[in-house]
Structure formats: C-alpha cells, structure tokens
Design a protein around this ligand. Structure first.
Ligand code: AMP
Length: 497
C-alpha cells in the first residue's frame, strides 16, 4: 500500500486515513480514544451542525477544554466549515478566557461536553451540504500568547502557514507511512502541540495525550508513558528533563521510541547526551521558532558529533524556502558570527496578531519579498547554523511556557490593593526556575507578609494561568529608581541573590 500523499488540501490529506486505516486509533487520552473512522465522521457531523447553528454569524470557533478526544473533533469541524479555531486550555482562568473569546470575536465556544451532546443529538440531513472549508490564506487557528500589556495577543495562523510547516515536518522526518504514535505533552493552547497534533493527523498516526492528572502524578505518568507505544516524542526539554529523574525512563520503558523532537526553549547538551545514552536507537532533534512563524523554522539532529563540536547547542538549519537571518536594527544581515536579532521570513510567517495593527507594525515586516517576523531573540549564525542567545526584551521561557514579565506586572497592577509591581525571573542552575514579584501596596493590609502574599496569589490566579503566578513576593515601600525615573530592575534583581 502506498500511502504517501504530499500534495492536496491539508484536510483531504487528514480525512483519507479514515478509509485507509479506519480502526487505527487516531487519539488516546485519559483512558478514552477515537479511531480514525470516528474522528473523521464526528468532525464532519459537527461541521454540519456548526454551519446550521452559526449561519452567517461571523467569527472563529473557540474551543475550551483540555486533552479530551472531542477537542480534535472540534478543531477539525471548525476548519471544515470555513472557520478558524481558538484553542483554550482549562488551566486558563475564566477572566482570561473571557478576554480571549471577546478579543477573538468568537462566534461560539465549544467544550468537549457540548461536542458530545451535539454528536448524540444531531443527525446529518439526508443530503449532506457541501461546506466551504478553510482555504489558502484563511485563518486556520488563532493562538493567544502572553502580551506585555497584560492583554493576551492572538497569533493568526493560516492554512498556507500550517501547510508549509507540516510539509517540512513530514519530509524531514519521513512521517509518510501510518504507524507512528506521537506524544502530546503541551496543551493545545501552545503551538508546540501543533507539531505532534498535525504530525500525527497527516501521517495517519496516533496522538497519545498526557493529561494534567497524569502530569501531576508521576506514578500515573510513567505508567501512561510505558503503555503509550510512543515512537515520536514531542515536548519541551524541561518535560524530558523531568521524566529523566526516574532512572527507569529509558528504552526498556519506551521500546518503540525513534525520535525526540524538542522546541520552545534551550536544549541543554547534558539533556541530549543523557537521552542518547538511555535511548540508543532514537534520534534527538532540536528545533526552534516562535508561534508567529508556525511552531518551528530551524532544526538540527543532535548526535554525538554535534555534541562534541558545540556547546551551547545550535538551534538548527533553516527550513527550506525560508530565510532565518541575524539582522541589525535596520533589518540588514550582520556578518557571519556577529550577534544580532533573529528574523524569520517565509511562507510560515503569520499575517499578524489579530486586530493589533500597533504591534504588527513593529514586528511584522517583509524580507527578500517574503512576509517576515522580527523574533526579539538574540542570535548568531555560523556554518549555516543558527544559535539562540536569549531575549532582547522581557519575554521569558519558564518550563517551556512563554511569559511576558510585563503581562504579570500589568495583571498585578490591575489589583486594587497593588500600587506598583515588578516581576523578575529567578534562576537556578542556569535555568529560569520561578518568578519573583516586587510589590508596592496601595495601603497597608492586615496579616503577615506570608498571608498577604497568599491572598494576592489567589487574586492573581483568577486572572492568569497558574504557571504565571510568581512564587515569591517581596513587599516594599518604594522601588529603587534609575536616574531616568524607572524602577531599577538591576537593583531589584541583586536582592534575589
Ligand atoms: P513560543 O512562541 O511559545 O514557541 O516561544 C517562542 C520563543 O521560544 C522563541 O522566540 C525563543 O525565544 C524560544 N525558543 C523556541 N525554541 C527554542 C530553542 N530550540 N532554543 C531556545 N529557545 C527557543
């Protein structure tokens, strides 16, 4: 059976697996699953219902849930009736969900429960209507990431953007025959999940999701991993590092593992080296890119040779058809080996943030006749490889999560009891381990500092996801100031020791 099909509409390339391998599992999650026949037919039914329900009402479909199989049904249904989807994980608090739904102008919000109810109660009409699905430059999904003003910003990814990324992913890793099982670690509201989700959907694979309950119980997690049959691991390096705490996390536990694909944060040479030792049959890859350029734009296989030659590791070679260049302030490439900002140009670059012309004008541009994005990442290029050297601004990565320090500060300042706030990263063993908040209260509050901090954390937790809430609070009467009258972040950082 020849199954490779690398042209045609992305949705046709996904749907054909329902006839090629109908009984194969398309997704397994939290003890539940859907096979390929069910996934495709449910998404068609839900698409027809959406069309009837929404009619001419404009807007994308927001999908609010966790790792339930119905999430995939909802994503595919939305695009099958011509609408982008906006994935929102349950870890996002209600107030932020409301901001995202409003900011996206969503036509409706689907939850896994609602999807199940529709599928149980809705029958397809005798003559199934032909729906206008998402095409070319239409938005396919909109992902909301941390924004420095405290308002999440929506990155629009079109069908063309996604197709250019997935064509490369499939070709580079030869994901053309069914039989792969992809690990899904990241929530669907993070673009890392797009790598495993569409890697799996386009190759007739099985998506093995790790749920938040499994993540919070290591015994359950290792049990799930051992039973998963994963062949392709997609995660942040932090997650693999966490798994390696368990000595049994090796090829005996995951005997079918063929490759580890990392993205989203620095891959330490020690992590890659330990994985090669524990999984001698598997390949380890480092990939790099921002949500604004569809998941990843560079990649490199990290083998023993690469480990011997480079420390820190490179983030990779550019995807064919793109330019990943290190530029100066005027977007002019700097000489090889010089430091500058990483700029990405190519068919994978988003048309911009939703309704944010102000921001778009700053970071989205054109380069070599292609749409381009200034990443805000420091970097260098050497021997055709790109090296990442940190951020130029207040955006950080903590355990793989993208956080704008300004987002946290704005959300703290929005609390009436807080007059001013500065949030700083706290490093441990060269990695960001937690956040610390320096806070000036609007007025003295009753209770010990510990009690006040606990109350502020609870209030903050109503506005931002738990991973963003600072671990430590330092209360001050006033901030030390720089000569130009700004809070002196350096002086505050020095207090962290
Ligand atoms: P996100 O949009 O959440 O994927 O975050 C994108 C940012 O994560 C990039 O702009 C980089 O700052 C960082 N990043 C992504 N991949 C890597 C990598 N392989 N190594 C180091 N940093 C990375």
């Amino acid at each position: 059976m020849t199954t490779s099909l690398v042209t045609g509409h992305l949705l046709d390339r996904i749907d054909r697996w329902a006839s090629l391998c109908p009984e194969r599992m398309a997704v397994t999650s939290g003890g539940r699953h859907l096979n390929w026949r069910e996934l495709v037919s449910h998404s068609e039914t839900l698409a027809c219902w959406l069309e009837q329900e929404l009619g001419a009402r404009p807007g994308p479909v927001a999908v609010h849930g966790h790792k339930e199989p119905e999430m995939l049904v909802a994503f595919l249904a939305a695009v099958k009736c011509g609408r982008a989807y906006v994935p929102m994980d349950v870890s996002i608090p209600e107030a932020r969900v409301a901001k995202i739904v409003e900011g996206a102008g969503a036509a409706l919000v689907l939850t896994p429960k609602r999807v199940s109810e529709v599928l149980a109660g809705f029958s397809l009409p005798a003559e199934v209507p032909k729906l206008r699905r998402v095409e070319g430059k239409d938005p396919f999904y909109i992902l909301f990431t941390s924004g420095s003003t405290g308002e999440p910003k929506g990155v629009v990814i079109t069908l063309e953007n996604l197709t250019s990324f997935t064509d490369w992913l499939l070709a580079e890793h030869k994901f053309t025959e069914p039989g792969e099982t992809f690990l899904n670690q990241a929530p669907f509201s993070f673009d890392l999940s797009v790598m495993d989700l569409y890697g799996s959907l386009l190759s007739g694979g099985t998506l093995a999701c790790i749920t938040k309950d499994e993540l919070s119980n290591l015994k359950l997690l290792y049990q799930r991993l051992a039973e998963s049959g994963v062949t392709c691991w997609v995660s942040t390096p932090s997650f693999a590092q966490m798994c390696m705490i368990e000595k049994g996390f090796r090829s005996e536990m995951l005997p079918h593992m063929r490759r580890f694909l990392f993205c989203g944060e620095t891959l330490a040479p020690e992590t890659a080296s330990q994985l090669l030792e524990r999984f001698p049959e598997a390949e380890v890859w480092n990939t790099y890119g921002p949500t604004e350029a569809t998941v990843a734009t560079t990649s490199v296989r990290v083998n023993r040779g690469v480990l011997e030659k480079y420390s820190p590791l490179p983030v990779g070679y550019p995807m064919p058809g793109t330019h990943v260049v290190v530029v100066d302030e005027g977007s002019v490439p700097v000489a090889e080996g010089e430091r500058g900002e990483i700029l990405i140009a190519g068919p994978n670059v988003s048309p911009g943030y939703l309704n944010r012309a102000d921001l778009n004008a700053k970071v989205f541009t054109r380069y070599a006749g292609l749409p381009a994005y200034r990443t805000g990442d420091w970097g260098r290029s050497k021997e055709g490889l790109i090296f990442f050297e940190g951020r130029m601004d207040g955006q950080i990565k903590m355990n793989g999560y993208r956080i704008e320090l300004g987002d946290m500060e704005a959300n703290l300042r929005a609390l009436p009891e807080i007059a001013d706030a500065v949030v700083l990263p706290v490093e441990k063993h060269g990695k960001i381990d937690s956040l610390a908040a320096f806070v000036v209260l609007a007025e003295a509050l009753p209770g010990s500092e510990f009690e006040v901090a606990a109350r502020v954390k609870t209030r903050l937790g109503e506005r931002v996801p738990p991973y963003m809430v600072p671990r430590k609070f330092h209360f001050m009467d006033a901030f030390p100031m720089t000569p130009n009258g700004k809070a002196d972040r350096r002086a505050l950082a020095a207090r962290l020791g």
